[in-house]
Design a protein around this ligand. Structure first.
Ligand code: 9PG
Length: 767
């Protein structure tokens, strides 16, 4: 309910669900007429308000358990108006029952690589390097009074337990960059749309983005509901996902197997191999062909071959192929990849033109310009300045569309990783003075989509998130993974490192299958050495987290040289389930430690938890069933990486030696009174992808398990055998098969699974 506050006629009170109220709120529009700065403050909803040259309506409608709010702005005068900002809601922060220092505030970074997590305002790990480069890449609304201000791009959730959580989130993002600003002392909470000084001509009208304000007891569910709503409002490109079409919040994984094959777009998360994180752009055509051969030899179920940065002579000159690396050009490599029935993927940074490029030399007028008319640098690419293309220029859009159409046609590319997208949204002057930074970016991505066609896969990277929804299929949601666990500069949370990449992939997990498919970046499984500094626990953490998150699963080792023994880790993450685990303690820990994947099949139900130790030392960790939200009952617990059965619990487990950077992958399976499948070691999700069926024939005491997984992989199957049952015999594909009993009531067998196998176990009642 919205009401006028009788004590203050100059503002409103917005009553949110669960007793939260926002008092003293208004909407504010800042604009210019000529050189004169103007402000219009609105204090009433759904009726027009006027100021010189501007007519505005503050719209409010119910949405779900809350409100949707936006502004409609019309130039009511005879001269141009230039719009700066529109605060769809501004006022003091609400009373959350605790001082702001004790709040958790989800702070979403601007683009793929920008840090995102639920900050604790006091004792935070947040760091702002404060360099011009950092601001250019991560802080699109930076201003000198940024100190003491928490800026979260696009949405936030405020939470101070035990009070309910408050969501302020824009659910549209096509036209303006938007941020939620919170003064750390609670004096101001503002939901602001950035209009970037664009021209509003006499008679013209525009709308701000739509803000959703709501509240609820569970901040993670609010975040999931927001992603769901934003994805729906913006027509997110979602690949058919049975889980996503079920219960809107926290769906259990029901049918991952059918869609997890990674065989084609539309069937879940892509799998593949990427050149970048071993070769870092130094790869030749032969290196790619060697890896193609290794993938075939090992029968690795990797679909896509992604040729990342390095094949081109300069950013912008996408058909000028480096002859030292690709002596015969791109065609023969593309041909070989297609002939081997792989998807061909290619990396570009489409909105940049290197200072050294032919593109810049030919079209200096295609760049975004600064106040002085100089071309604006989008970013510096490995030492080379790249200017930002003006994606409101019709010639630029035509060139983009044609460039991508040619890649599709001439090389047969069907997967496009488009990188450094934030360049298109750098501040500056553009051809179309009425286009915002967000609109410029979106027009650019639209041109790319038009060129590649509707059925090609488009992966955003280095991308401002919101404006890409509905155009991209996948999105990188964190920094680059890296051969190092910690970043070189610890104070930069956007710096490449496995730790930073994993943090964002976990904290942005709720986006998966709601806004796009999440890309957690590549999986590296090679041995520790000059090319990789991850210890075994760190590599297993990377494997486990990527597997539990169910998003894109791309390997980036040199498979032609890798020690074959290491491939067992890659196998255990393939194929992706397509469904994401939930970061249960997202609002409790800035580095969430607890991922939970619920799995449900016709033949059973289980939970896989990833319990992460981010500390640099060994800790003792307790995992309670109540922390996981599991129904009360008795559960078998299996410690996946250690291949150890931990017994039955109705309470929880204690990990006495939880090692540095180790992720304990724990299976919780309800105890059954008849023989049952406990787990398999073919996949981290332990049955979610490789067990096609499992049925119990009580009359004959027969358990039949159908295993299906592309390729050839050794693994174990574990069964539970409760009293009074005893095993009579075990068979694989009709042949008797040896087994052992690692503990009373347990049966384990090893087998090499080649595409499919049927396991039968016959039991009898002991007397
Ligand atoms: C290719 C790489 C890979 C990688 C992308 C992107 O200097 N920088 O700040 C910087 C940030 C990210 C980055 C490279 C440089 O990586 O995320 O997967 O494609 O480009 O150059």
């Amino acid at each position: 309910m919205v009401k006028m506050d009788p004590a203050r006629a100059d503002s409103l009170t917005l009553s949110c669900p669960h007793g939260l109220t926002l008092q003293g709120v208004t909407a504010v529009v800042r604009y210019r007429i000529g050189e004169s700065a103007q402000t219009l403050r609105l204090t009433e909803m759904n009726q027009p308000d006027m100021a010189p040259g501007l007519r505005a309506i503050w719209r409010c409608e119910p949405l779900g358990d809350g409100y949707r709010l936006w502004l409609e702005l019309t130039n009511s005068g005879e001269v141009p108006v230039y719009l700066e900002t529109a605060d769809v809601l501004t006022g003091p922060a609400p009373d959350m029952g605790a001082p702001p220092a004790n709040w958790r505030v989800y702070q979403n970074g601007w683009q793929s690589w920008s840090p995102a997590f639920a900050r604790h305002l006091e004792g935070t790990t947040y760091a702002d390097p404060g360099t011009p480069e950092y601001r250019a890449a991560h802080q699109p609304h930076w201003e000198p009074d940024y100190d003491g201000l928490v800026s979260s791009e696009w949405f936030t959730v405020l939470f101070a337990p035990p009070a309910p959580a408050l969501l302020l989130g824009f659910v549209t993002a096509k036209d303006q960059l938007a941020e939620i600003r919170l003064r750390a002392d609670g004096s101001e909470l503002t939901a602001r749309c950035h209009l970037d000084g664009v021209l509003l001509s006499p008679g013209a009208t525009l709308q701000t983005e739509v803000l959703w304000v709501t509240a609820g007891p569970d901040p993670l569910r609010l975040l999931e509901a927001w992603a769901e709503t934003a994805g729906r409002e913006m027509g997110a490109r979602l690949h058919p996902s049975p889980a996503a079409s079920g219960s809107p919040l926290s769906p259990p994984l029901t049918e991952g197997r059918e869609r997890g094959g990674g065989r084609g777009w539309g069937e879940g998360s892509p799998t593949g191999w990427c050149t970048w994180y071993y070769f870092y752009g130094e790869n030749t055509a032969d290196d790619i062909l060697d890896n193609l051969r290794a993938i075939a030899d090992y029968r690795l179920p990797l679909d896509l071959i992604l040729i990342d940065d390095g094949y081109q002579t300069a950013i912008g000159d996408w058909f000028s192929i480096n002859p030292d690396k690709f002596p015969e050009g791109m065609e023969p490599v593309a041909e070989a990849i297609r002939a081997a029935e792989h998807r061909l993927g290619i990396w570009t940074a489409p909105f940049g033109a290197a200072a050294t490029s032919q593109l810049f030399a030919a079209h200096p007028d295609w760049m975004v310009r600064d106040e002085k008319g100089a071309p604006v640098i989008g970013w510096v690419h490995w030492g080379v300045p790249c200017y930002a293309l003006d994606c409101t220029h019709p010639e630029v859009l035509a060139w983009l569309e044609e460039t991508f159409r040619r890649m599709r046609r001439e090389w047969g590319v069907t997967f496009f990783k488009i990188d450094f997208l934030f360049a298109a949204a750098r501040p500056g002057r553009r051809y179309d003075p009425s286009a915002t930074r967000a609109q410029a970016l979106r027009r650019g991505v639209e041109a790319v989509r038009a060129g590649i066609g509707d059925d090609a896969f488009l992966l955003g990277c280095g991308a401002p998130l919101g404006p890409c929804i509905g155009l991209v299929d996948g999105m990188r949601i964190g920094t680059d993974v890296d051969p190092n666990w910690h970043p070189l500069f610890r104070y930069d949370l956007s710096a490449a490192s496995t730790e930073n990449a994993l943090r964002n992939s976990i904290t942005r997990a709720p986006f998966h299958n709601r806004l796009w498919l999440n890309d957690p970046d590549c999986l590296l499984v090679r041995q520790r050495g000059p090319d990789l500094d991850l210890v075994l626990n760190e590599m297993r953490t990377l494997t486990a987290v990527i597997a539990l998150l169910g998003g894109l699963t791309l390997n980036s080792d040199n498979l032609a040289l890798i020690r074959p023994g290491r491939l067992k880790y890659l196998w255990q993450a393939l194929p992706p389930t397509g469904v994401s685990a939930r970061p249960l303690d997202l609002f409790e820990h800035e580095m969430p430690r607890l991922l939970l994947l619920p799995v449900e099949r016709d033949w059973g139900r289980w939970w896989v938890a990833g319990v992460i130790n981010w500390e640099d030392h060994t800790v003792e960790t307790t995992v309670r069933l109540s922390d996981l939200g599991l129904p009360a009952g008795r559960y078998h617990v299996f410690h996946y990486w250690r291949r150890r059965y931990l017994g039955i619990t109705d309470d929880g487990v204690l990990l006495r030696r939880h090692q540095p950077h180790e992720t304990a992958v724990l299976l919780f399976k309800p105890v059954s009174d008849r023989p049952d499948l406990l787990t398999t070691t073919f996949h981290v999700c332990q049955g979610a992808v490789e067990v096609a069926d499992c049925c119990w024939d009580e009359a004959h005491g027969l358990l039949r398990i159908a295993l299906e997984k592309a390729g050839r992989q050794f693994g174990e199957v574990w069964l539970t055998v409760p009293e009074p049952w005893g095993v009579v015999e075990v068979g694989v594909d009709g042949e008797r098969h040896p087994w052992v009993s690692p503990a009373p009531g347990l049966l384990r067998l090893g087998l090499t699974l080649e595409d499919r196998a049927e396991l039968t176990a016959r039991f009898g009642r002991k007397r």
